[in-house]
Design a binder for this molecule. Sequence first.
Ligand SMILES: Cc1cc2nc3c(=O)[nH]c(=O)nc-3n(C[C@H](O)[C@H](O)[C@H](O)COP(=O)(O)O)c2cc1C
Length: 224
Amino acid sequence: MQFDEVVLGRRSIRGYKPDAVPQALIAEILGLAMRAPSSMNTQPWNFYVITGEPLDRIRRGNTERMLAGVPQSREFRTGEAFAGAHRDRQIGVAKQLFSAMGIAREDAAARQDWVLRGFRQFDAPVCIIITYDRAVDGSDDTPFDCGAVATALVTAAWSRGLGTVINSQGIMQSPVVREHAGIADDQVIMKSIALGWPDDTFPANAVVSTRKSVEEAAVFVGFD
Ligand SMILES: Cc1cc2nc3c(=O)[nH]c(=O)nc-3n(C[C@H](O)[C@H](O)[C@H](O)COP(=O)(O)O)c2cc1C
């Protein structure tokens, strides 16, 4: 695939075929992703690639704790609730997804099902937990670097026909993930990426989210 085709075609995938993903293919994708730049080439990222029974235990643990009302416990700052344009965009993509899935605004049960799907990692056959070295905790460059490698990872996966969705839902109950993935104490859990072969019959997979324009985002200085 050409670069433009990959970047413009990629979208988050929230419905997967059950088919396994070969370990060698995931390793190849990680190798491509790790060509991402990082602050002073520190490469603070690491990956726990989980499938099978350990992933099922994480799905169960996440779901049980969320249903039991256990408060979220992420290992990084989350900031305030979105407001203004950010809130509008958050609602915008949610509306697109719910519309594609035929989930009505007042259908609390269907909305709950949708949320639980996220805590199950969208039933994907693979989940990649991105962690970073605790030694570089405290530098804002570290999450920046993890974002760079995550973007490279999802585009590399797409170029190989694999779908992904970067998500926070998978790591909102970090102790569950830490236990079942055996995450070392010197690692901080950053983000989760569900990965697998896209189910083309799953309506939400067709959703193309909007973007603000370059004119809105960019300030060009010194150009005539
Ligand atoms: C840091 C981050 C956290 C995200 N968390 C979730 C999540 O918890 N659940 C979800 O369904 N999507 C999640 N997403 C996916 C975004 O909703 C998605 O990337 C965005 O709406 C743009 O859509 P696109 O990826 O299809 O282009 C997350 C994405 C990022 C980068």
